[in-house]
Design a protein around this ligand. Structure first.
Ligand SMILES: [Zn+2]
Length: 96
């Protein structure tokens, strides 16, 4: 399930390589030398799902105003969402 493939050459990418994305390093496929990055479509979906989960969690367990919940979701998402994004397929970074 956690095996991921290069979107260009379809060869498998190791975990170490993908972890570099978390550190915001430039990641190049070792097989076809294309640049890789998080898939923007999945990032948007993950952002929505993450925000919804945090929102429900905060409202259920803490007595917070909607504004506070939104703030917590956005701030924590900026740090944590990439760990979610890395579980999804990557796309080719055409800006390299
Ligand atoms: Zn490749």
């Amino acid at each position: 399930m956690f095996k991921r493939y290069c979107p260009n050459c379809k060869k498998s990418l190791n975990w170490e390589l993908r972890r570099k994305l978390l550190k915001q390093e430039v990641v190049i496929c070792p097989w076809c030398t294309k640049g890789l990055r998080f898939n923007f479509k999945y990032q948007i979906v993950n952002g929505c799902v993450y925000g919804a989960v945090i929102g429900v969690f905060c409202i259920t367990f803490f007595d917070l105003a909607a504004f506070d919940v939104a703030l917590i979701a956005i701030v924590s998402g900026a740090f944590l969402q990439k760990y979610l994004d890395i579980l999804f397929p990557l796309e080719i970074n055409r800006s390299l």
